[in-house]
Each structure stands twice: as C-alpha cells, then as structure tokens.
Design a protein around this ligand. Structure first.
Ligand code: ADP
Length: 399
C-alpha cells in the first residue's frame, strides 16, 4: 500500500533519507550518504535495530546517492509504498510561509532564492531534481526552514540599514531551524496542556548550528539567526554575533581576503575557534573536566551567550509558559543546560538537578523546579514534521 513519505534532506556534501509512515511517525528505514563528490563517500542505512555502513566505490553525486537509496528500498520491496516525497529546503524567502507542492515555478523560485542561501538551496534543488528522475511522477513537497519565522513583525526582522536594502534586495532577518522550533513548540503545548495558540515559549535549538526563537501565542515573533545562519548564538564553528567592523579590520589591517573572512567566521570560529580543540561539545566537556582551560572558556562563552539571548527575548512577553531545549546539545548536555539556567534566575527560572540528568538521550522532561517557569527538554523531529506536512498537503491538493 502506498502510505509512506520519503523525506529527503540534501546538504552540499550529504543526503539524508527517511521513509516515514506519517500517521504513526514510525521511521521504517533511514539512510545517510556523506562526503559526496569525494573518493571517500559512505552510506549508512538504519532499519529498526540494524545498522550498516559501507564505502561507495567512486565519487557520488546527489542523483547517484538517491538512486542508490531507491535501490535499497527496491531490494526491501519498500519503493512501492512511497506515495509522496518531502524535501527540506533551507530558504523560502518571503515567498513561502508554509509547505508547497513542487512545480516548475516553485523550482524557479527556490533557484532565485539561492542568492540568499548559496550553499543550501542549490543542493536542495539537486535533491528535488534527482528524486524526480529516480522516482518518476510522485508528488513532491518543499518544507522550508524559514517558513515558521515568516510571522515575525518588521521591528524584529529588519536590520537598522537603509530601508531600501530590504525593499529592493530582501536584506532582512529570515531565521532558520523553523521546522525544529515549530515541532518542539507544538510538543511543549501538549506537555503544558495548553492550546498552542495560547503558548508563550522561548525555544533553544542547540546543535552544531544554534538558534533561539521567541514564540508568542504559538507564532515565531523573533529569532536569533538572520539573513544567513551566521547571526546570533555562538555555534560549533560559527561566530554568531560580532561587531561587523571586525571584518573591515581583518581585511584592511590584517590582509585577509573576503573569502578567508567568510571561512573564518563560518568554519573556524565558535566553540572550535575559542577552544582551538574541537567544535564538538562532548569533546570539549571531557577536555574541560581534565583541565583544558580553552575548552572551559569556550563552553562558558557558549552558555553565557545562549543565556543572554534567551533573557533578551523575555522582552517579547508579559508572561512565559516555558523555555524549551532541543538539538544535539540541548537534548543531551545536562552540563550546558545547567550552566545556562543558572544565569536565568532573574526570570524566575531554576533547575531540578535530578530531572536535568534524567532528560537525556531521547528522553523528554521538565528540568525546572516546581516553583520555576517550566524548562522542557524535547528531542526534535524535523523529518517527522516534513513527513506529516507533506502528507497533509498531498492529501488536500492531489486528487
Ligand atoms: P546538527 O546541527 O549538525 O544537526 P546536532 O543537533 O546533531 O547537530 O548536534 C551536534 C552537537 O551535539 C555536537 O556538538 C555534539 O557534541 C553535541 N552532543 C551530542 N550528544 C551529546 C552529549 N551527550 N553531551 C554533550 N553534547 C552532545
């Protein structure tokens, strides 16, 4: 029976796949192809408890990766169960505030928006075209990382630049991780036992990329990522906020090229840049415990900046229902959560240490004390949202 959704998430050098039953959200099989275009491409496949990893014999591109995964599905007689494909697309600009059925016009628009996301949208388009080739005429849906933040008011999304740069060139804050913030907000509403339309939340997605979103009455009203995923919090390798004049200083005084500055800010900064050790939070926690001063400093800066962003978003509310932690770090690091929450006492937030240790490795939980504003840890499920939204749109629009 054709009742599953194939979710595809194409990065510039990787493709993630999941075959999901949208009614139960059960993942039947998932796969990850990494290091595309290199001689070291690998594919890992996970089906229930079975995991397999293999090297791919030659450099793979997106089309080859998708064809390979379809062959795996063929072998397991699962291809015929797919009835639609959902794609994660990073940038939907101001055009898309919800998922859309992919047509030629939509592909042109995703291409046009590549100027705002030059690393991501072209890869997403390659994925869409490869899926068309590999899976014929199945309906395809684009779910955008930016859509959830389209509800932000102008005072939040504009930069204090000349207005015509927004009007004529679309320079504004768009925000990312929207699917994740949307998911955890809806889950939090369930846990709080309140309709989402009445929930005031601050969600912190802390992974390699990090963002905080203010969610008022269930809608995003501000978020920390900006025109690109570089603004805001300190991240694994990205700087987050900094004085823009540093760029002129690097170029004019220190002789950097703009390409070098781009690499510095996106790939060599953040936790990795400060620790001079790693962008991986686990590695840094272990090193800090063994007395590595720069690892400790990197983690302290990470937490201080996250707490400062969360506190700054309190201006969006007269009452707050919960703070929510998600993403690889937010879901798993009790150390980071404790450090952040300790800096939020003025907001009437305090931590329950036992609950904080409990809520890890896929377990949800409220990690605040009974007198505090609740702090929920909620594992995110972007693929699940893409499957559900694809299913809903196709059921409505494809007769
Ligand atoms: P991405 O943004 O690439 O999707 P993830 O959301 O998977 O990244 O988050 C990756 C981060 O989560 C890494 O810094 C990793 O060290 C961190 N992380 C995962 N598990 C733990 C853990 N048990 N303790 C601390 N950090 C963790």
């Amino acid at each position: 029976m054709q009742n599953n959704i194939l979710v595809i998430n194409c990065g510039s050098s990787s493709v993630k796949f999941s075959l999901i039953n949208p009614t139960t959200n059960h993942v039947l099989i998932s796969g990850l192809v990494e290091q595309l275009h290199s001689a070291h491409a690998t594919i890992s496949i996970k089906q229930e408890a079975n995991k397999q990893q293999s090297h791919l014999p030659a450099p793979y591109d997106h089309l080859m990766a998708i064809k390979f995964f379809v062959e795996v599905l063929d072998d397991k007689q699962l291809t015929s169960t797919i009835y639609a494909i959902g794609h994660r697309v990073v940038h939907g600009g101001e055009t898309y505030n919800k998922p859309v059925l992919i047509s030629i016009a939509v592909k042109h628009e995703i291409h046009r928006l590549s100027t705002l996301a030059p690393l991501h949208n072209p890869a997403n388009l390659l994925g869409i075209e490869a899926a068309e080739k590999a899976l014929g005429q199945l309906p395809q849906v684009a779910v955008f990382d930016t859509s959830f933040h389209q509800s932000m008011p102008k005072k939040a999304f504009l930069y204090a630049l000349p207005y015509e740069l927004y009007k004529n060139h679309g320079i504004r804050k768009y925000g990312f991780h929207g699917t994740s913030h949307y998911y955890v907000a809806h889950k939090a509403a369930q846990y709080l036992n309140k309709p989402i339309e009445t929930c005031n939340l601050i969600s912190a997605h802390l992974g390699n990329g990090c963002s905080v979103t203010a969610i008022k009455n269930g809608k995003s009203v501000d978020t920390s990522l900006g025109l690109t995923p570089l603004e805001g919090l300190m991240m694994g390798t990205r700087t987050g906020n900094l004085d823009p004049s540093i760029i002129f200083h690097l170029v004019d005084q220190l002789g950097y090229t703009l390409d070098q500055v781009n690499t510095l800010l996106n790939k060599e900064s953040g936790l990795k840049g400060i620790s001079m050790l790693s962008n991986d939070c686990r590695t840094l926690e272990e090193a800090a415990e063994q007395g590595h001063d720069l690892a400790k400093l990197a983690l302290d800066m990470f937490c201080y900046r996250a707490a400062k962003m969360i506190a700054s978003f309190s201006v969006c509310f007269s009452q707050l229902d919960s703070i929510v932690f998600t993403g690889g770090i937010g879901e798993n690091s009790s150390f980071i959560r404790e450090n952040i929450i300790e800096q939020l006492t003025l907001l009437n937030i305090s931590i329950n240490n036992n609950a904080n240790i409990e809520a890890r490795f896929g377990k949800s939980g409220n990690i605040a004390t009974s007198t505090s504003i609740p702090c929920w840890v909620i594992p995110t499920d972007e693929e699940g949202v893409i499957a559900t939204q694809t299913h809903q749109l196709v059921a409505k629009e494809v007769k």
